[in-house]
Design a protein around this ligand. Structure first.
Ligand SMILES: Cc1cc2nc3c(=O)[nH]c(=O)nc-3n(C[C@H](O)[C@H](O)[C@H](O)COP(=O)(O)O)c2cc1C
Length: 185
């Protein structure tokens, strides 16, 4: 697929099903990810893949985290937390490191990890797969971070839910570039 067509046609696939990318295809996705622009070559990212039965463990973690955040949460809210990892055959947790560096502030490392996440989704779409980037409370939850094994200088940039698009892609919005692009001065 032509790179410009891919960029212009980028679209999230919020509903995905089996199959997920194969192990070989995943290697390509992650090779794309680690080509993210990266000030100082700090490689301030890492990626956790969660699929199959491991999603049940993540479901337990999500429920535990919800109960800690909100002990009065309803059964419906707990069910939603429990089922959310099963929205896709593969989850990729994109983790940003926040390394101390005299030249590269933490926000730049976060941006680099965000670029890596974007590349994963673009590469997945180029291969005929699809996915969506989600955060929500779980991405900022200490219990979730602890269970996922994050270090104290790491944060979750997002959960990428990846699989085969289960529905047609939504129409792409047409944005008026003059709202976003100005010539200066
Ligand atoms: C950092 C980040 C976090 C996001 N978190 C969520 C989320 O928790 N739930 C959600 O529905 N969409 C979330 N989104 C937005 C979707 O990934 C997606 O971009 C949005 O639904 C618009 O669709 P589009 O990407 O096809 O334009 C997030 C996007 C980013 C960049």
């Amino acid at each position: 697929m032509n790179a410009i067509d891919l960029l212009l046609g980028r679209n999230s696939a919020p509903r995905v099903c089996e199959p997920a990318p194969s192990a070989e295809e995943l290697d390509t996705l992650f090779q794309a990810a680690v080509r993210a622009p990266d000030h100082g070559r700090l490689r301030p990212w890492r990626f956790l893949t969660i699929s199959g039965e491991a999603r049940s463990k993540l479901a337990e973690v999500f429920v535990e985290a919800l109960l800690q955040r909100n002990p009065a949460s309803t059964e419906a809210e707990q069910d939603k937390a429990r089922t959310s990892p099963f929205r896709a055959p593969l989850l990729v947790v994109v983790v940003a490191k926040q390394l101390e560096d005299p030249k590269v502030p933490a926000v730049e490392q976060l941006l680099s990890a965000g670029c890596a996440a974007h590349s994963i989704l673009l590469a997945a779409q180029a291969m005929g797969y699809g996915g969506v980037w989600r955060t929500g409370d779980n991405a900022f939850d200490g219990t979730v971070m602890r269970h996922l094994g994050l270090a104290s200088d790491e944060v979750i940039v997002g959960f990428l839910y990846i699989g085969t698009p289960a529905r047609a892609y939504k129409p792409l919005p047409v944005l008026a570039l003059e709202d976003y692009v100005q010539q200066w001065p």
